[in-house]
Design a protein around this ligand. Structure first.
Ligand SMILES: [Zn+2]
Length: 128
């Protein structure tokens, strides 16, 4: 499921075409009908956070690698301006992947939750 999302595919069925553009998701998956718009305006805030953390970690790893490889002649100007460009480009380029991964994480956790709730039924609760 996570691998499908990392390839910008539907986390449920793995089909392509869940994006109407580079970033915009379609209303539903064209293959399985999974609702991609979850009806909450703040649903993808987690995807923003995931994207930010992933790009920051990649940048930190790259910065450390360049620093260690070039010490003591570290190219600080290149790191400063190159890092800025990479951070901005990385945030834009990685965002659709973050959205698909966020959908996969929500799908997986909701599946676990349904299984867990079904194992421990609450007496007197009504089913939907
Ligand atoms: Zn699908």
């Amino acid at each position: 499921m996570l691998l499908r999302a990392m390839l910008r595919r539907c986390p449920n069925c793995g089909s392509r075409g869940i994006f109407a553009g580079y970033v915009a998701l379609r209303e539903r998956c064209p293959q399985c009908g999974l609702r991609l718009h979850r009806g909450e305006s703040d649903y993808f805030i987690g995807a923003y956070l995931l994207n930010l953390v992933a790009v920051e970690l990649l940048f930190a790893a790259l910065l450390a690698t360049i620093f260690v490889a070039t010490y003591p002649e570290t190219p600080w100007a290149l790191l400063q301006w190159g890092g800025l460009v990479l951070m901005l480009a990385g945030a834009v380029l990685c965002y659709p992947f973050s959205k698909a991964i966020w959908l996969a994480a929500e799908l997986k956790t909701s599946t676990w939750l349904v299984v867990w709730i079904s194992r421990f039924p609450v007496s007197g609760a009504t089913t939907l």
